[in-house]
Design a protein around this ligand. Structure first.
Ligand code: FAD
Ligand code: SF4
Length: 478
């Protein structure tokens, strides 16, 4: 433990942000790192708790108190070793994780939590900058071949782990670029794509083979992979978007969030946008859905030069501080005002879209109704929802973006050919070791659990790699 009373002596420091005025003129990351001296005192705020609740809040079991202490003691290289022992890609989570570790941190019971996420990012960035992250290919190869389908964080983590165990890994990606939602979903201003490329280049030097523009189920059958590889792992995400099938849905100008975000990410990467251009420039934009994806659409619309942006959310606004029924160390159910919302967006809570209204085939307005919510049902926790009579109103819109979440994996030939089993939520079913109903074919990430978080996808990738290793080495227990 750094300083016994560090948490009393030092305040939590947040990263400084570039002003809204400046940052909306570009798509680059805009958070300014803390200095090493500042990071040391932030590390000193950690109490090295007997039971480190931060670690149980972290889906990947990061050894948080250990690296907080090492940063305080200026032992950055050791801190990086500890960090990389549980997390293949801290440079991604250090940027985009919602940091459940921080809401579980013991300090956060009555004061601001230890700044765990910023320390994580600083450790790994210093490791890259100081040159002690070097390609480290395995000394020996097992002779076993594994195919990974999908290059999101789950596919990348499983490929990285399997390669480290000496198996030969080929990763297939249907897009022209690697990284899954890290590259084509999350905007550049949250995660610079050079950071994703830097990691993938390292994995290439360590021996992982990548094949892009290769849609499994279309360009190559899954049965072929099954024949040519000793094991296959499907990490193809949960890409089926939830639609809003109300009157007027067919009007032009209503798009799914990913169709909008993908285009901007491709433009930023100087790649071709092949689909019909979607632009928010000069438009009244309505983003339906108040989650992270909705927030990314808001920030992107503002950068594209939208005239106005309104965000509609079905549920009521959450409180700014934990409610009584939501105690520490549970995930804090509070209203998180994202940096994109800060950039200039009006929010409407507890509203439902009844219809899209248009003229000459184009969207012009949304018909909205206000909602009233009952108390949570003691058994299900669900709240009843009723429309408030005579509360209907209209809002103008030239562009509507649907950010309503995802309905599991896309049903296509990848699953159909060999009849891979899915559950009621369209997630691929895996057993305890993540093996599907077919021997030797595994699954992980959003494809198995539904749309989630980068940190969970990395954890899934690590777990499936462990199981595949046992399977290849004849130690697999279902
Ligand atoms: C807009 C958006 C923003 C998000 N922001 C955050 C955030 O800030 N923080 C956070 O923690 N989480 C965020 N998430 C969630 C997070 O990105 C996902 O949970 C995570 O990427 C899932 O990883 P994955 O590897 O399972 O799937 P994905 O990242 O979806 O990757 C799946 C890959 O499989 C490929 N694929 C699919 N089918 C085939 C096929 N047949 N053949 C070959 N390849 C195929 C896809 O092209 C894709 O590259 C966000 C999600 C979205 C949509
Ligand atoms: S819970 Fe907070 S104070 Fe305790 S070990 Fe974890 S980071 Fe440090």
């Amino acid at each position: 433990m750094g300083e016994v009373k560090g948490f009393l002596k030092y305040n939590r420091l947040e990263l400084k942000k570039e002003s809204v005025e400046n940052r909306i003129t570009h798509y680059n990351e805009f958070l300014q790192p803390l200095t090493e001296e500042e990071l040391k005192t932030q590390g000193a705020r950690c109490m090295d708790c007997g039971i480190p609740f931060c670690q149980s809040g972290c889906p990947i079991d990061n050894l948080i108190p250990e690296w907080n202490d090492l940063v305080y003691r200026d032992r950055w290289q050791d801190a990086a070793k500890r960090l990389l022992s549980t997390n293949n890609f801290p440079e991604f989570t250090g940027r985009v994780c919602p940091a459940p570790c921080e809401t579980s941190c013991v300090v956060s019971i009555n004061r601001p939590a230890v700044t765990i996420k910023n320390i994580e990012k600083s450790i790994i960035e210093k490791a890259f900058n100081d040159g002690y992250i070097k390609p480290n290919p395995p000394k020996n190869r097992t002779g076993k071949q594994v195919a990974v389908v999908g290059s999101g964080p789950a596919g990348l983590a499983s490929a990285d782990q399997l390669n480290k165990r000496g198996h030969s890994v080929t990763l297939f990606e249907k897009n022209e670029v690697l990284g899954g939602l890290l590259t084509l979903g999350i905007p550049d201003y949250k995660l610079d794509k050079n950071i994703v490329e830097r990691r993938i280049n390292l994995m290439k030097l360590e021996g992982v083979e990548f094949k892009i523009n290769c849609d499994i189920g279309k360009d190559i059958k899954l049965s072929e992979l099954q024949k040519n590889f000793d094991a296959v792992v499907l990490c193809s995400g949960a890409e089926e978007p939830r639609d809003l099938k109300v009157e007027g849905r067919e009007l032009d100008g209503i798009h799914f969030a990913m169709d909008f975000l993908k285009q901007q990410n491709r433009r930023n990467g100087n790649r071709n946008v092949i689909e019909k251009e979607i632009s928010a420039k000069g438009k009244n934009v309505v983003v339906i859905g108040g989650g992270d994806t909705g927030s990314d659409c808001i920030g992107t619309s503002i950068r594209q030069g939208a005239k106005s942006v309104i965000n509609l959310e079905l549920m009521p606004q959450l409180p700014s501080e934990r409610a009584k029924g939501n105690p520490w160390p549970d995930w804090a159910l509070i209203d998180r005002v994202s940096t994109s919302i800060e950039e200039g967006c009006k929010r409407e809570f507890a509203v439902m879209t009844k219809a899209f209204l248009g003229k000459d085939g184009n969207i012009e307005k949304l018909k909205i109704v206000k909602l009233k919510f009952g108390f949570p049902d003691p058994k299900t926790g669900r709240r009843s929802m009723t429309e408030i009579p005579n509360s209907e109103f209209e809002i103008e819109a030239d562009l509507v973006i649907l950010a309503l979440g995802f309905l599991g994996t896309v049903k296509n030939n990848l699953l159909d050919e060999l009849k891979i089993a899915t559950d009621q939520r369209s997630n691929v079913i895996g057993d305890k070791g993540y093996m599907t109903n077919l021997n030797g074919i595994f699954t992980a990430g959003d494809m198995r659990v539904g749309q989630s978080l980068v940190v969970r996808a990395i954890n899934e990738g690590r777990n499936v790699a462990e199981s595949i290793d046992e399977y290849l080495m004849k130690e697999y227990k279902a």
